[in-house]
Design a protein around this ligand. Sequence first.
Ligand SMILES: [Fe+2]
Ligand SMILES: [Fe+2]
Length: 301
Amino acid sequence: MYHDFNYEATLASSLRAAWQLDDVLREDQDLDFSRNFMPESLARTTAIEGLSTDRQRILNQISAHQYLSIFGVVEEFILPFLLDHARPVLRDDDYRVRALLNFASEEAKHIHLFKRFHEAFKRGFPVECQVIGPSEAIGAEILRHDPLSVALLILMIEWMTQAHYLGSIRDNDNLDPLFKSLLRHHWVEEAQHAKLDTLIVEALAEGRSEEEIDRALDGFFEIGAFLDKGLAQQAKFNLDALEAVIGCKLQNRGEIEAQQHQAARWTYVGSGMVHHRFKATLADISAKAADRVAEAAPIFA
Ligand SMILES: [Fe+2]
Ligand SMILES: [Fe+2]
């Protein structure tokens, strides 16, 4: 194993770092819609030719709405997954039980926080932005897969949040301070989740043959393809929202749609696939698994 993660230390760090919703966004606080919410490396709106600065900012904010919505969806299937994983081991190691339940409780808090930001977004944005879903149906489709496939997906997502904050948000002074604070607080707690999910993946992979792990990887890719379809649909919804705000059709809509779909692929899949710790866990459980993911990663760049 490449790491020294354990339940006791992770639980202790989690309890020290924990925050309350009001530390991040009070219910009466408003977002600053004169600013960008997302870093350019994720939203990729300034790269769109022929789009005015104003429209780039509006699309950047729509892309932040997408971030809130996608993470809402994701956390909603992580929560039951964790409870299912914790239930059979409730009588095992006390630190393990507490760490897993604390992990679940933090994800429930994140769902709550993302909803609060969503409300603030709706208060300040001129049109309603449509979102893929319903989240229950997306969650059910994902959770019908092998738990190891799902755990790998969750691990990828958790390392991804680390890359997003450290790589493009922490040192960025151009973003709305409240949105930046959301991403920072999420990053703090997800850092512990990523360690716990590493342990979950290892527990689920233990004792499996190379072939069985390969089949779990098939499941991981199936879920990835399913999510990718959702991201393509979401790119359409995002441009519908932009057109509704500006009151006219975009001339090169097809091109922008493809470009924004690719931005979402990088944000929600690619940036996790190439994370060195995600790759290290894959390599630990199977060299072939690591190779398969490395081969697919350029599609999501
Ligand atoms: Fe979370
Ligand atoms: Fe998490």
